[in-house]
Design a protein around this ligand. Structure first.
Ligand code: ADP
Ligand code: MG
Length: 288
């Protein structure tokens, strides 16, 4: 394509809410055959709500929630907001966390009233008997958050997030536009990932840390694939930067992910993703 055609396309993108940071990304979009998708905040709205609280022996459900909300006080993760909202609804007191520490893709840890509280994925605890009796929350597509107090499992919270309504149609369209392999990459647990992925007919990989997502992008690139990745959070920024085309979802995405991405969607609207591909096709004079 001519430089003029590129500039025209970047302008056309901007009018629709697509911030395309250079003509080379339009070229890469035309060669792309692998599409990688983050789950939380990208495929889903990223506004999870706590639906269940399951205390273990020695703890009440209010106590588990209050401990979790206190530890999550300074986290910006959507799950942290869900936990704080649930505690507020029940009028539970928040403790003031000290030595707050956030571990990307895993969870948070802080001292709350002289107790060490950790909240996060199953990775934060070792296998424990309390876990075998849990109801099948993950098979329902819910994210489970484990709460550990002074090294003892205190309980589990389940949170449910909602799929963005435009996602199924957008994925069908992306297949039509030539994506050979579409894969969900998530830090969430395997069964939650499976429940979301299977509904959309996607491949998936779960329990991923931010560095695992980068490694997967590289793995496809080494095999000669051209990779598009769509993500939102701070955690996704390095993988978005590594992709041939990294797309940051929505104005609510973190500044870091918008900065790292090659294309930013200025509206949280999945119809913009196939639209981006169509703009790229037209620029290169490729008609499909
Ligand atoms: P995704 O890849 O789906 O966007 P993340 O990488 O942000 O998810 O998080 C992966 C998992 O780590 C979550 O499903 C959750 O179990 C855990 N986690 C991450 N941050 C937090 C937090 N602030 N509080 C509790 N759990 C968290
Ligand atoms: Mg995310």
């Amino acid at each position: 394509a001519t430089p003029l055609a590129m500039i025209a396309s970047i302008g056309a993108g901007a009018r629709r809410g697509l911030l395309i940071k250079g003509g080379k990304y339009l070229e890469a979009l035309n060669r792309a055959d692998v599409l990688l998708l983050d789950k939380t905040g990208t495929l889903t709205l990223g506004r999870p709500e706590v639906t269940e609280i399951i205390p273990f022996t020695g703890f009440s459900s209010d106590e588990v929630l209050a401990l979790a909300a206190s530890a999550e006080r300074y986290s910006e993760h959507p799950l942290a907001c869900a936990v704080r909202d649930a505690a507020k609804v029940r009028n539970l007191p928040f403790g003031d966390p000290e030595d707050f520490e956030s571990v990307p893709g895993i969870g948070v840890r802080a001292w709350v009233n002289d107790r060490l509280v950790a909240v996060g994925s199953r990775r934060i605890i070792l296998e424990s008997d309390s876990l075998s009796s849990l109801p099948d929350l993950e098979a329902q597509g819910k994210t489970t958050l484990y709460v550990v107090c002074d090294g003892k499992p205190a309980g589990v919270l389940a949170a449910a997030d909602t799929l963005r309504p435009e996602v199924p149609a957008a994925i069908t369209e992306m297949r039509r536009l030539g994506m050979q392999r579409i894969e969900l990459l998530t830090g969430d647990n395997k069964r939650t990932a499976a429940s979301v992925a299977e509904g959309l007919g996607l491949y998936y990989r779960a329990n991923l840390l931010p560095e695992d997502k980068i490694a997967i992008v590289k793995e496809y690139q080494t095999k000669g694939h051209v990779v598009v990745m769509v993500g939102d959070g701070v955690n996704d920024a390095p993988a978005l930067a590594q992709a041939d085309v990294g797309i940051a979802m929505g104005a609510a995405g973190s500044d870091i992910s918008i900065e790292a991405a090659h294309v930013a969607l200025m509206r949280e609207d999945w119809t913009l993703v196939p639209e981006l591909f169509r703009i790229a096709r037209r620029t290169m004079g490729v008609v499909r």
